[in-house]
Design a protein around this ligand. Structure first.
Ligand code: SF4
Length: 443
């Protein structure tokens, strides 16, 4: 049986795509290898969202070149967004790569592997209909399964490469999604996370994202439902109502902001203003008390002045996010913004990034400290990374909670009392009387 080793870069969509690739190749007789040394095929599933992500892949390819010289029969390939974005540069800089496959060509990978001898094979056609709805991913065991429900994006924010490398928006049929979730429940997964570049733009016939969540709520065995990443302009009133009324939909939302300045939001073509975003947050908090909000922020976008950045800091303070992913703007060739002159020096971008990180870290720590003394439900995921004999899991708000294991098991849903907090972790002890709802879970 030939073996394949896949290394994944970038976002959760890419992790889910790796599971899809493993499922598809598994059907074609490939087994998963644990390291490049054990593999007949080495595949890097790449990310193009920032230059740094691409640099990492180029660096890794340099290392794998040495392996390829020693083992010339090994096939080395690139998949994912970078395969789509910089295929010419890849083949020019790394001539020993055997194949390059874009995100809509994974179905053809077995044939590509069968024929990749001689010149590198390039398969990067985008496809407006490909959803891979019929392919069963080979998932990591655990309590949580990531389920891709839509692919691509139609929004074309001016800074973003995604619509160019992942193509246009398309949704999996609702029946296929719900059937996957039923299979996951039967397979002892307890939580599903619906994934899509703009997940709440999901639509299959008459089923929109709110209806999909409502139908998922009815599936026995699944206890928690999450989704990422929604776009603010697709947060409909019916979706908010479903989040408020469906007990399994967790009170947590990653709601990308990008900038707190109307001027920048307009240049980014995000499709909403600060006032509209603020109103959305108000409606969410009224409908779902205790909802945790997280976000994405870009600093140093072309034209961002000190006043725009100050507005972002002020809005981040006002909203009080539980946490945030914060980045320096990185121009991506092919996007609208890449044609505009960069007006913020690299050093200044760095200063703004550090300043907003400091604002957010203080806020995350204060929000978490305020939870000390309260109790929360925790779905146990595995051993804590830094403490022997401790377990770690997530609260409904997707906060990491660690506590002494004391006989609890992976898959248990326990009530835990928060005894301490950092900006990123809650420290707790389990109230034993309420543990072990998921006796049947086998890790
Ligand atoms: S909504 Fe904007 S930022 Fe998000 S994937 Fe689409 S283009 Fe990119």
């Amino acid at each position: 049986m030939p073996s394949i080793y896949i290394e994944t870069y970038g976002c959760q969509m890419n992790v889910a795509d790796t599971e899809l690739l493993l499922g598809h190749l598994g059907q074609h007789g490939y087994r998963r290898a644990g390291s490049p040394a054990d593999a007949d095929v080495i595949l890097l599933n790449t990310c193009a969202i920032r230059e740094h992500a691409e640099d990492r892949v180029f660096g890794r390819l340099g290392e794998l070149a040495r392996h390829k010289v020693r083992h010339p029969a090994v096939q080395l390939g690139i998949a994912g967004c970078m395969a789509q974005h910089v295929r010419e540069r890849l083949l020019e800089k790394i001539p020993f790569v055997d194949f390059v496959v874009g995100p809509d060509e994974y179905r053809h990978l077995p044939e590509v592997l069968g024929s990749a001898i001689g010149d590198p094979l390039v398969a990067v056609q985008l496809d407006r209909t490909e959803t891979y709805a019929d392919i069963v991913p080979q998932r990591e065991r655990g309590v949580r399964a990531w389920v891709t429900v839509m692919r691509g994006c139609d929004k074309f924010c001016t800074f973003c490469i995604v619509p160019y490398v992942r193509g246009r928006e398309r949704s999996l049929p609702a029946d296929a999604v719900l059937e996957q979730v039923r299979m996951l429940a039967a397979d002892s997964y307890r939580e599903v996370v619906y994934l899509g570049q703009t997940v709440n733009a999901y639509r299959s016939g008459t089923v929109d994202f709110a209806a999909l969540l409502r139908q998922t709520q009815a599936i026995d065995g699944i206890e928690r439902i999450r989704f990422t990443s929604p776009h603010p302009i697709d947060m409909t009133e019916s979706l908010i109502a479903v989040m408020a009324s469906c007990s399994k939909v967790c009170p947590q939302l990653h709601l990308p902001l990008q900038s707190g300045s109307d001027r920048m939001l307009a240049k980014m073509e995000r499709g909403h203003t600060v006032a509209e975003y603020r109103s959305l947050v108000d409606r969410l908090r009224r409908a779902i008390p205790g909802i945790a909000l997280t976000t994405d922020i870009i600093v140093g976008f072309p034209g961002e002045e000190e006043a725009d950045f100050a507005a972002t800091c002020a809005l981040v303070r006002e909203i009080g996010y539980d946490s945030a992913f914060m980045f320096k703007y990185s121009a991506r060739s092919g996007t609208k913004a890449a044609k505009w002159p960069e007006t913020v020096a690299e050093e200044e971008k760095g200063r703004r990034l550090q300043a907003i990180i400091a604002v957010q870290e203080a806020q995350s720590a204060a929000i978490n400290r305020a939870l000390i003394g309260s109790t929360t439900a925790v779905l146990i995921e595995g051993p804590a990374r830094r403490r022997d004999g401790w377990h770690a899991g997530k609260s409904p708000q997707f906060k990491t909670v660690v506590f002494p294991a004391n006989g609890t098991r992976i898959g248990d849903l326990v009530q835990a009392r928060i005894t301490g907090a950092t900006a990123h972790t809650l420290i707790a002890e389990v109230e034993e009387s309420k543990s072990s709802r998921f006796e049947q879970f086998k890790s």
